[in-house]
Design a protein around this ligand. Structure first.
Ligand SMILES: *Cc1c(COP(=O)(O)O)cnc(C)c1O
Length: 378
């Protein structure tokens, strides 16, 4: 029963780092996306443990804020959302649809979930299992070539639905590169989707993820499906982030030492001190999902931390359980054992860390470790 002002993970005294999750900021982000997309409904994508922040606290906070439609990837995630919210009017869609094999349609029915159907085979399976009486979405492929019914198959899908006297609740597609405002694929996908909407008149429609919401075309239709932006990621890369930061990761310094110019730090001596340097060690590493690719070496620019208000670079490789930071420029009173270092927050964003670790903020969020003491605030 995780709520605001509660916690999970190891107790504070035993943890090497504190992950603070601001549910107030999460809800503010949802309201901002809702207001921007109105009159379209604003759903919440909460797959992958709500992008790493924790399914139960996230969906309860969002439901309290007014969100009524949730998207997960797997049926098992949908079951968790249903258990957290109870038998209320929340709609929960499973994006990965009905996997091949028996039992999955039963699981959707059992937990009150709606499949996002992405092939004619799945459609046949669902109509047979439910006699066409339970709600579902139809996902069309407009260019991602990942999941979805092909545009040329729309007529066949319509014939199957007519024969079963059934209708989808929602028509969907998904953008390939909505974070690239001028990518011509955005408009060609919107055009392909218009063709689907003509074939299924009167059915609610949805294509926009976080970045899609901010496209100039405003392809909001009846429902928008933000994920990343809810959790503080920037839906408009290259422009200021309209979202509030949701996760903060801090760790206390374990040890501090001074080394001479020419000495090195970390495995394989990949970082060399260019001057007499003070180094601080913290107990976070790649086993916590903090990417090893965030290493800062003599040949590669890596991640940074905020120490006493000063941005300080990492020194050398990220180990399994430890990171060394060059705190030479930080104030002396904030570079003592027990002083807190900020690894993620308002200054160092998930987008920043992702870029410095050759990945994206999405992977940073979904990798957030299990050894952190997690505090839910707001
Ligand atoms: C993950 C996902 C979303 C949310 O995307 P964000 O970029 O995180 O906003 C929306 N729709 C589908 C189909 C998805 O898979």
């Amino acid at each position: 029963m995780t709520r605001a002002n509660s916690h999970s993970g190891p107790p504070l005294a035993e943890a090497q780092a504190i992950l603070t999750i601001d549910l107030g900021a999460l809800c503010e982000n949802w309201r901002k996306l809702r207001d921007h997309s109105a009159p379209a409904e604003c759903a919440a994508v909460v797959k992958a443990d709500a992008y790493g922040i924790g399914t139960e606290p996230a969906v309860r906070a969002l439901f309290d804020a007014g969100c009524r439609t949730f998207f997960v990837a797997h049926a098992s995630e949908g079951a968790r959302v249903r258990a957290a919210l109870g038998a209320n009017d929340a709609r929960i869609f499973g994006l990965n649809g009905l996997l091949a094999g028996d039992g999955i349609a039963e699981a959707f029915v059992l937990h009150g979930l709606r499949p996002v159907i992405g092939s004619l085979g799945e459609l046949k399976q669902w109509l047979a299992h439910t006699s066409g009486r339970l709600p579902f979405a139809l996902h069309f492929n407009t260019g991602m070539n990942r999941l979805g019914i092909e545009l040329q198959e729309a007529g066949a899908a319509r014939d199957m639905l007519r024969a079963a006297n059934a209708q989808p609740e929602l028509l969907m597609s998904h953008f390939v590169s909505s974070e690239v405002i001028n990518d011509p694929l955005n408009q060609s996908q919107i055009d392909g989707f218009a063709h689907v909407r003509e074939m299924f008149p009167g059915i609610a429609a949805s294509v926009a993820n976080s970045s899609g919401i901010y496209l100039g075309q405003r392809p909001h239709f009846d429902l928008v499906r933000p994920g990343y932006a809810l959790y503080g990621g920037n839906p408009t890369p290259g422009l200021p982030n309209p979202m509030r930061s949701v996760v903060m990761l801090e760790a206390p310094i374990i040890q501090v030492r001074t080394i001479e110019a020419g000495e090195t730090a970390g495995y394989n001596a990949q970082w060399t001190a260019k001057r007499r340097s003070r180094l601080a060690t913290i107990g976070v590493g790649y086993a916590d999902g903090f990417p090893r690719a965030a290493m800062n070496t003599d040949t590669k620019v890596g991640a940074q931390a905020v120490v006493g208000g000063v941005i300080c670079p990492f020194a050398g490789r990220v180990s399994m359980d430890l990171i060394v930071i060059d705190v030479t420029d930080a104030p002396a009173d904030s570079t003592v054992p027990g002083a807190m270092v900020e690894l993620l927050g308002k200054t160092i964003t998930v987008d920043d860390l992702g870029a410095r670790a050759n990945t994206i903020g999405y992977e940073i969020l979904t990798g957030l470790g299990r050894r952190y003491h997690r505090r839910y605030v707001g």
